[in-house]
Ligand binder design. Sequence first.
Ligand code: BGC
Length: 375
Amino acid sequence: MSRFSTPRSTLALGVVMCTACFGIAACGSSNNDTTSSSSSSSGTSTTATKAGKVAVLLPDSKSSVRWETQDRRYLGDAFKAAGVDSTIVNAEGDPATQRTQAEQAITNGAKVLLLVDLDPGSGSAIIANAKKNNVKVIDYDRLTLGGGADYYVSFDNTAVGKLQGEGLVKCLDGKTKPVVAELNGSPTDNNATLFANGYNGVLDPLYSSGKFVKGPNQSVPDWDNQQALTIFEQMLQKTNNKINGVLAANDGLANAAISALNARKLPALPVTGQDATAQGIQHILAGEQCMTVYKAVKAEADAASKLAIALAKGETPTANQSVDNKGTKTPSVLLTPVSVTKDNIQDTVIKDGFLKVSDVCTGKYAALCTKAGVS
Ligand code: BGC
């Protein structure tokens, strides 16, 4: 409970917002960049360049609820506010479907794709086909390794992993030689590699010094929550339940670990997460999960949509950073993630409107919300 707490709140959130602003401020291209085609209430917008269609290609709805509950609404709102024609589709985990969706979008006149890839191969094929058709691609949230997208908008994903590693260390404070199990994200998602670099950067030295004990460590194909449950059950089986902390790469994987512990009637363990889902926050309130990572998807969607709108108007926006993608420098916007524990739920996800109190404080969680000052 209180040992799971960490003081990090509005200050860090300010960083998210500022990073977003800077990313965007650098985006406007030099001349005749009027705001958006929907702008004038008089209906006589004269100088606005007509923006082409933007298509958003989401990956699935099961590896994380974020894609349908957060990204879809924030991206949809941003394009609507700018009066830009957009479509948002979800490949439901099928790379072939995503390729078809991309082709269809281009046939229907899309000038810009926002792509969340499912694997580097299918993602690269989508980008190659877009290039052939003079369509720009923004890698949204996930960098398509070797794909050569025109832009990349995401969070600092190594920093996400670092927050998870540091969070777990705090939650395990006072434990002697705790055994840590790691449930990594999908091996085909470049983000999963970056998250692991971040948390292993914190944990590896502790394993080496003998302060922590490296337990079972496995990647979860496609971030599949069902498979994560089986994998974690096997981890418990193999170790005779001797696991003291779980580095789970997102809230879905955390939920799998928590379910396996509950099914065996084992006590709660420090478990990390990511995405600040309503379920993850409820687990935190109940003391079953020690932290999650909040990524302000609104800022991510806003940054990506600003770039997309400029590209759709035929402009060449600039970004304030660049990321190396297998030898190609990709103009990028990378936002700052924030750690969430029981102490700062109110000041982060609730204050931002990312989650509603009514999403979190249901049933038995109502009293826990009151106790944690979530209202
Ligand atoms: C995203 C995470 C998400 C995971 C599973 C990652 O690429 O950055 O936010 O939890 O995919 O969908």
